[in-house]
Write a protein that binds this ligand. Structure first.
Ligand code: UDP
Ligand code: MG
Length: 320
């Protein structure tokens, strides 16, 4: 079976009952037009609605549909990772379930892949129907991340992309726990190219990425690819003690050579709060790294599978 599948489409789903039917329909239409064998690998990330049952229903009619069902919600990045672990195709495409990423673009990706590119990533030129806050913070994050790291992580690019089998195998060998998948794909290397698209609105339902998950994702991105926040403590320390020393000279001068003295406890409080704040922020930064080191040492599996529906893993791939 494994050698017959040419394309694997990995779709992470979390409470997507409102959109899943349309997603299935459009993906099928697009993949059908390739006239080559494909599988639609849905990874159910602990949905509490009917998403999993609906996928099983499609699977009964359509042998191309397979389902990996998680025991609970492990998060989008882990769901994608599991999809890559189980995908059997020669090319693996990761796409969101909410049709913000147009399935039709997959054909363009396949074309580039056939020209010899190993990674084809979809770059957003516009984002429709998302809040001003989300667009601004996302744009800032991608630029900040780029400034922080030495790896060439493309701007405004999510996880919608095509990976060649050899890239996918390399991704499977990465054991990291707090994964920032799009960064890891850049880190792996190979021949990469962008295709551009305008990101549509979510078809229905709400974003499954609340602010908390977005913050976690951006911290994972920064901590997995940069040590710079750790150096912040030394830079801040040098600068602040420099300022403190100059201020000491000013105070001494005023005391020794003039009649005026500096009074008031309010300035003391302000300075105290300001510096405690900085120290706590830096401690928190260090904590982010230590927490991640702890996650690595525990060596737990990345995800727990409740059920594999119509799905057998590739023989040559050793699963986590
Ligand atoms: N998703 C997931 N697990 C989660 C959160 C999201 O598998 O914990 C899936 C979700 O079903 C969708 C994709 O990840 O297919 C992207 O999520 P969403 O569209 O809500 O994110 P946004 O586009 O708002 O950033
Ligand atoms: Mg979305």
């Amino acid at each position: 079976m494994s050698s017959i599948v040419k394309y694997s489409i990995v779709v992470p789903v979390y409470n997507e009952e409102e959109v899943i039917h349309e997603t299935y329909r459009r993906l099928t239409e697009v993949m059908h037009s390739t006239k080559e064998a494909y599988e639609l690998l849905f990874v159910n990330d602990g949905s509490r609605d009917r998403t999993a049952e609906m996928i099983k229903e499609y699977s009964e009619q359509d042998p191309a549909v397979v389902l990996l069902d998680f025991a609970r919600n492990f998060g989008h990045q882990i769901a994608i990772t599991a999809g890559m672990d189980y995908a059997r195709g020669e090319a693996v495409v990761v796409i969101d379930a909410d049709l913000q990423d147009p399935p039709e673009l997959i054909l363009e990706m396949i074309e580039k892949w056939k020209q010899g590119f190993d990674v084809v990533y979809a770059k957003r030129t516009k984002r429709k129907g998302e809040t001003y806050f989300k667009k601004q913070t996302a744009a800032m994050f991608y630029r900040f991340l780029r400034a922080m790291t030495d790896i060439d992580i493309p701007l405004d690019t999510g996880d919608f992309r095509l990976l060649d089998r050899k890239v996918c195998n390399q991704m499977n060998s990465i054991q990291e726990k707090n994964r920032f998948v799009r960064g890891l794909v850049s880190w792996v290397g190979f021949k990469q190219i962008a295709v551009e698209y305008e990101r549509d609105e979510r078809l229905a339902g709400e974003s499954k990425y609340p602010l908390k998950k977005m913050l976690k994702l951006s911290m994972d991105g920064i901590t997995s690819f940069s040590y710079k926040p750790l150096k912040l403590a030394s830079y801040a320390g040098v600068t602040l003690s420099g300022i403190g020393f100059i201020y000491l000279l000013v105070v001494l001068y005023l005391k020794l050579f003039t009649d005026s003295t500096i009074t008031g406890w309010s300035s003391l409080i302000v300075i105290q709060l300001f510096f405690s704040g900085i120290i706590l922020i830096i401690l928190g930064m260090i904590g982010e790294y230590i927490g991640r080191i702890y996650d690595e040492t525990k060596n737990r599996p990345l995800y727990i599978v409740r059920e594999k529906y119509q799905l057998e893993p590739r023989k040559e791939v050793s699963l986590r």
